[in-house]
Design a protein around this ligand. Structure first.
Ligand SMILES: Cc1cc2nc3c(=O)[nH]c(=O)nc-3n(C[C@H](O)[C@H](O)[C@H](O)COP(=O)(O)OP(=O)(O)OC[C@H]3O[C@@H](n4cnc5c(N)ncnc54)[C@H](O)[C@@H]3O)c2cc1C
Length: 422
């Protein structure tokens, strides 16, 4: 009989194991794959965006999927606690743009190694290549965990830290939803978030903009009435199937939600290529460039305004002839061009599937979880943490922060729960 069994060796399970074992509890961690923290190792482009140093309110804003739930666990273990955890174990961290924290070494492996070393020091039993198939709450108020090779383990408390269902080759195949359901929990609707967006527009299908990046543009998802549901001002890239890059990834969950709201597949998105300029200011700039080179073709007089391929695309959309010189352009054509730059609207028809998403939206309902302990309100001794919960953030360290924070709180309380009932 173990005091605590943890299912899943991602950031939430590893941090839960570190906290649960801190006072010498007998802890078993079961991981399906060979090697721990596989998803953590590929996060942040292999550099591991281990947390974020923005103030709480900003962090919560960047976790549109129930971020407010984290205020409670943050009061016990927060982003600064994560930084202290790693730095006190020799992993120096550095802050990059938007508060993103990375190891100075730029190696995700250092983060994983630190968690694994802590587990070894605390004598946590780790069994890799151990796929849990079934969990049961027994009549003796303990948990029975059965592997797919029929091996059985028992514990006083159980932590489900199996992650979501995106990028399943890392081991996160959504098994935790099945375990939680079998113990009486509700799973909210699962959907892909932080995922590239697809479009069947001719300019996407003919790949004319494929590979083109736009820097610091405003990308919006539009509601049925044409108003903006959400705008993210960041970089984006056109791909052979649609759009991607930070702004598009952040918008992706709203594409999914608007499709549901509008009850149709095709919805509108908009790109403001000059979010820092008002329409009037952009018009003045364009008129200035045209007036400075009146005998040049429009495209040549506007050279340098924006990436060449996007400029040509906008000129084509405005139906301005290739051989029109700047001094022949009409006021209507200038206005059309300015309007297109400020709000190019196009149809999108969805996102890539959930297995291609960086993060899974939805999960175990938070109404059934105590925010101060991460214990189930339905089954005493059952704890849940990480992406298996109905919490999802933008990329930028927010999901990993959520996993480490909820993992720590779950581990801490699973430890005290199992010793109280000794
Ligand atoms: C390419 C990529 C980049 C990302 N970049 C960022 C980023 O920059 N910032 C950010 O905040 N987030 C990022 N994320 C998301 C982040 O990595 C996850 O939110 C985080 O890893 C979730 O941690 P977790 O411990 O809850 O689950 P996971 O990391 O998914 O770990 C779950 C573990 O449980 C194991 N498991 C599952 N089922 C079983 C079972 N039946 N038996 C035993 N073990 C089981 C799995 O093998 C896995 O090891 C990225 C994700 C991807 C895919």
């Amino acid at each position: 009989m173990y005091q605590i069994i943890i299912i899943g060796g991602g950031p939430s399970g590893l941090m839960a194991a570190a906290a649960a074992s801190a006072d010498g509890e007998r802890v078993l961690l079961l991981e399906k794959k060979k090697g721990l923290g596989r998803k953590l190792k590929i996060s942040g482009g292999g550099r591991c965006n281990v947390t974020n140093r923005l103030p709480y309110d900003e962090i919560i804003k960047n976790i549109p999927g129930n971020g407010k739930f984290l205020y409670s666990p943050f009061s016990i273990f927060d982003n600064e606690s994560i930084i202290a955890f790693f730095e006190s174990r020799g992993v120096k961290l550095k802050e990059e743009d938007h508060g993103r924290m990375f190891p100075v070494s730029n190696k995700a492996q250092d983060v994983v190694d630190t968690l694994v070393t802590t587990l070894h020091q605390n004598k946590v039993e780790v069994k890799e290549e151990s796929t849990v198939e079934k969990v049961e709450y027994t009549s003796t108020d303990s948990f029975k965990v059965t592997l797919n090779n029929q091996k059985e383990y028992q514990s006083k408390s159980l932590i489900i830290a199996t992650g979501g269902t995106s990028v399943p080759q890392t081991g996160s195949t959504g098994d935790g939803y099945k375990f939680a359901t079998s113990l009486g929990h509700t799973i909210t609707e699962l959907f892909p978030t932080e995922v590239p967006i697809t479009s069947a527009e001719p300019f996407i299908k003919d790949k004319r903009l494929k590979g083109l990046s736009l820097k610091d543009v405003g990308v919006s998802v539009l509601k049925k009435n044409g108003k903006k549901r959400i705008t993210h001002q960041m970089d984006m890239i056109f791909t052979h199937f649609g759009i991607s890059g930070p702004a598009a990834l952040r918008c992706s969950q709203f594409v999914y939600k608007e499709q549901k709201n509008q009850k149709k597949q095709d919805i509108d998105m908009q790109i403001d290529a000059f979010p820092q300029l008002t329409t009037d200011a952009l018009e003045q700039e364009i008129r200035g460039l045209l007036n400075a080179a009146p005998d040049k073709y429009v495209k040549n007089s506007l050279h340098g305004l924006i990436e060449e391929r996007y400029l040509q695309f906008m000129i084509d959309c405005a139906e301005i002839d290739e051989d029109l010189t700047a001094h022949h352009i009409s006021n209507t054509q200038i206005n059309t061009l300015v309007a297109l730059f400020k709000g190019f609207t196009f149809k999108v028809n969805g996102t890539l599937p959930i297995d291609k998403a960086f993060v899974t939206g939805g999960g175990v309902s938070l109404k059934e979880i105590q925010p101060k302990t991460m214990m189930s309100k339905l089954v005493p001794g059952l704890f849940l943490c990480g992406e298996v919960l109905d919490i999802h953030g933008y990329t930028g360290g927010y999901n990993i922060t959520s996993a480490l924070v909820t993992g720590h709180v779950a581990g801490l309380n699973a430890g005290s729960f199992s010793t109280t009932i000794d």
